[in-house]
Design a protein around this ligand. Structure first.
Ligand code: NAD
Length: 358
């Protein structure tokens, strides 16, 4: 049985981590910490467990074997390192961190502690994506040549909608605040697809060309937000596979969270066909469909698979899904997009050494 502590008790803890731990037979929710203690209290009331007054108290509790870091982006690295140093396994929400240096600090802390550090890149655990990875490796579409991947919705405003005890609606849209989120749609959505494409193709991004844009999202005083609400990126992988990624917070119609991979012998469509999770069409005219899961949305949360994978890994002592150099490369690719857009040129990741302040 794995004892779980939750750090940060907002939306993703409420909608995903805590309910999914609660439904796992080998996990026990031990306690919660949040700067806003009422959020921990509400979770403890529904799911059991205690509320800690301080982080130190949580880290000192021997009943906690593992923690979920569900705080905002700017807190991921420090909280993860502290948790590992306290001897806890860590499931850290995406993005892993906001700088390459912080990602490396997290990997070093994991190595030193011998504990398991996993990043909640939940797209890897969609049944359709897991099956697609196997099919690509088996040559179902021949050798991958190009891809297009998208994560586009109408923005984080509804996700951030809170109702207080008096029924008043409050929105704490830290996703628009550079000091807290660091990046906009790229940290919210882009990091998912960069990680996914490296995972599906078992390859690493080596070159980035991008346009990073702020087109429509505004602060309450009517000015455009300082972070990006759209990004259009072209990636080259080390195996010479090329592809595009589009991420957007200004897709005000139905969400697009799809990926298409074009190979030498066919085309694989993931979460794109209206009726099938995976749709393959081959150069011989065959059509092959796999009906697995449906892509979840902010409004329609389903079992993410990531909590189950984290607990099962700890229970089995199998840390093969641990964060690694490829996880750091995903953040490097995201950050390189900003430099590419600013400087209007292609960035080679091997020559990319971002300033920790950017
Ligand atoms: N995997 C996904 O698909 C997905 C979806 C949404 C959010 N997220 C990630 O989850 C994280 C949290 O997002 P959210 O939407 O739940 O935000 P949120 O604002 O609803 O919740 C964050 C909570 O963390 C608390 N907090 C902030 N800093 C803290 C600290 N240092 N110590 C303790 N508590 C702290 C805040 O008080 C807040 O209650 C973000 O990094 C976000 O990128 C991931």
């Amino acid at each position: 049985m794995t004892g779980i502590g939750i750090i940060g008790c907002g939306r993703i803890a409420q909608r995903r981590h805590v309910p999914e731990y609660a439904s796992h037979q080998k996990a026990r929710l031990v306690g919660y910490f949040d700067y806003m203690p009422e959020r921990g209290v509400a979770l403890a009331r529904t799911y059991g467990g205690r509320v800690y007054r301080t982080l130190e108290e949580l880290f000192a509790d021997p009943a906690i074997d593992a923690v979920s870091i569900c705080a905002a982006n700017n807190a991921h690295a420090d909280l993860t390192v502290q948790a590992l140093e306290a001897g806890k396994h860590v499931l850290c929400e995406k993005p892993m961190a906001t700088t390459v240096e912080d990602c490396q600090r997290m990997l070093r802390a994991a190595e030193k502690s011998g504990k398991f550090l996993m990043i909640a890149q939940n797209q890897r655990y969609n049944t359709g994506h897991m099956r697609a990875k196997e099919l690509i490796a088996q040559g179902a579409i021949g050798t991958p040549l190009t891809f297009k991947t998208s994560f586009c919705h109408g923005g984080p405003e509804n996700w951030c909608r809170y109702e207080n005890d008096d029924g008043e609606i409050q929105r704490d849209i830290w996703f628009f605040d550079k000091n807290v989120a660091s990046m906009g749609a790229m940290a919210d959505l882009g990091i998912h697809k960069v990680d996914l494409i490296q995972y599906l193709l078992d390859d690493e991004i080596t070159e980035v060309t991008a346009k990073i844009l702020t087109l429509d999202k505004r602060t309450s005083d009517g000015n455009l937000i300082e972070l990006e609400d759209n990004a259009l990126c072209i990636y080259r992988m080390s195996k010479n596979i090329y592809g595009t990624m589009t991420v957007s917070w200004t897709n005000y119609g139905s969400e697009d969270n799809s990926t298409v991979i074009f190979g030498t012998k066919g085309v694989m469509r993931l979460y794109e066909h209206p009726d099938h999770t995976i749709a393959i069409s081959t150069d011989r005219g065959d059509k092959i469909f796999y009906d697995l899961d449906v892509m979840m949305t902010n409004e329609d949360q389903r079992q993410s698979g990531v909590i189950r994978a984290f607990v099962n890994a700890i229970e089995k002592g199998d840390y093969s899904d641990a964060a690694d150099a490829r996880s750091v490369n995903a953040l490097r690719a995201v950050l390189a997009g900003f430099e590419s857009s600013r400087e209007d040129r292609t960035i080679l990741l091997r020559d990319f050494h971002p300033d920790p302040e950017n």
